[in-house]
Design a protein around this ligand. Sequence first.
Ligand code: SIN
Length: 505
Amino acid sequence: MLRSLLLRNKMSDFGLVHRNISSLIQSKGFINGSWVDSSNRETFAVTNPANGKVIANVPNMTADDAEKAVAAAKKTLHAPEWADLTAKQRSILLKSWYSLIEQNREEIAKIMTAESGKPINESLGEVTYGNSFIEWFAEEARRIHGEVVPSPTPNRELIIMKQPLGVAALITPWNFPLAMITRKAGAALAAGCTVVIKPAEDTPLTALAITKLAVDAGIPSGVINVVTTNKAAPVGNVLCTSPDVAGISFTGSTEVGKLLYRNCADGVKRISLELGGNAPFIVFDSANLEKAVDGAIASKFRNCGQTCVSANRFFIQQGVYDKFIDLLKTKVAALKMGPGDESSVQIGPLINKAQFTKVSAFVDDAKKQNGTIIAGGKPRPDIGELFYEPTIVTDVKAPMKLYTDEVFGPVLSIIKFNSEEEAIAKANDTNRGLAGYFYSENVQQIFRVARKLEVGMIGINEGIISTAEAPFGGVKESGIGREGSHHGIDEYVEIKYLCLGNLKY
Ligand code: SIN
């Protein structure tokens, strides 16, 4: 069966399967190759944040369902149709999945926009970006190399092999409903793991749509399992404590990441965490200001600011401050806000009420502490309940929430500075360390600052830096481990050392 699938995929160049949005919308969970309801038959509604309308009802799965999903993944790990595949066969299956996602990119993007509110052009961009992880890891599957190490003693061979970690539980956020799954699942499947995915309750439909395509691509039953729920705690508890789960990969808030980390301690599970940031964006006097303003807009307003690597605090040097602010105000005023399915829209709604309340509260807190609103600063109920204007706040300082915490919304917080030392000290004055950005045309300064910023990723004269080829991850409380790049595979393999002794040469 698998052989013929692999052959068919190869022969037909993966076949052309176009679908409309409704045929890709699935309203069941997926365990052991079957589309299933929750064991207690409960469902929850997935709504469109632009207008509050229900798009679909999906199973509100339970701890029991999570256990079934883990059991299926565990059984399949050692099943001939997964464990015995060669790296090349896994690579072909992943390429087939990649190809089907590519062929259905518009339908997937429409589902993503409907459930996340993301402007349609950003959703299309995310399909391309997210799918690039499947393509990348399809290629990496064949390069999970071991080592033969020179032995210090005679008549021995020392061999290091890499084996699949086991069942990997992937807990993913709503802000990138596709890419955060494929960045994890691509690596896990390439390494030979099986997976249980718990997508965010706000955006399970994109996850289910790409799972449908994984089935069509011939990825065997039990390899990918999806548990949809809005009761994250009991399901998360199973994933953290089951002895059959070898590792957890989570992208989301630092608070939840810490909880999962604690819950995984007893089982000493492998854990990979991509958590929140508080990214500095520094514009030095030597910067090219046009580029810096474009980078600031791109970084801040990607997905309405609901991105872990979005710049959170903008430090602008005194000499270019006024000019930067003038340029910024003009460009922010030109941004078009509205429902994401209108192709000219650049800023959609916030994902849900909690997010909307948080953004409003952060801006109100800054106002109370003498922050100056120079653009926006208000909700837009005339467009929809969850829309908040692109906003610029100057005179931001500690202990304003906008300074100390990640706003995760369309708010640019501006801080004026004098010297390079001051900017670096303020940029590092946080327990987060995901991304950082700075603009400078001075090569001495570029290397000085790059070495000193306490973050895992830096954009230098660039506002958008994520790509499958590069390692994504943070330092301090922003996470553990790396995703993407050839390092991404490391989270899903065990290193095994073999010592062959008493050889006769
Ligand atoms: C995230 O916000 O968690 C991911 C953003 C990215 O991959 O660039």
